[in-house]
Design a protein around this ligand. Sequence first.
Ligand SMILES: O=C(O)[C@H](O)[C@@H](O)[C@H](O)[C@H](O)COP(=O)(O)O
Length: 229
Amino acid sequence: MKGAAMNLRVFPTAQAAADAAAEAFARAAREAVTARGAFHVALSGGSTPRLMYATLRDLPDIPWKAVHIYFGDERSVGPESQDSNYGTAQRELLSYVPVPASQIHRMEGERRPLEEAAAAYAALLPERLDVNLLGMGDDGHTASLFPGTAALDAGERVVANWVPQQDTGRLTMTFPEINAARQRWLLVAGGKKAEALADVQAGRGDHPVARLHDPVWFVDTAATGKLES
Ligand SMILES: O=C(O)[C@H](O)[C@@H](O)[C@H](O)[C@H](O)COP(=O)(O)O
């Protein structure tokens, strides 16, 4: 995607971008269930998805009973931790909607060795996700694919990644897995992301997010502050 035209959908606020992503989620779910009888979606971690969850849980006409929930990454913590990506989704979305528990697939961040949790998660993934919903860090990481880490070049579907600037490991889907999904969406908001977004547009640097194939970007105006017009 280096320097290529980006599929950017720009909104005045972070909440407006999240609302648009929620509406897109609802449409994609209806289309997938109509076409294939199920909607397989991976949720992102971090804080931005919380804006989308607040809207999504109240949207009508989503075939939740045919939705299968996965996670693009997870911290090396249990579900009860405030740092758990699953925990955030469970508290702010999944506890509000009727997705069958058997269709919510949590990464076992508390499992040791973490590599076993990664292999077990890879084994339960569907042949192909419909949508992989992602975020972007200020440094251009996505999922837990951080700059300079071994996971960037991994061939497996899910790996344990040891992040130098973090004191614990992470579980993360890899680029082969993420790029195999039917769609990749990035929900990115705030001026702190503007530098990385401008780098990706210009083909500068080696931000992991630039390795995503044809993502749709849902961004707020603040995140576009350094884009070249
Ligand atoms: O586990 C995580 O933290 C995420 O998967 C990570 O990739 C996140 O999407 C970005 O760091 C953006 O996070 P914010 O939405 O909090 O800015």
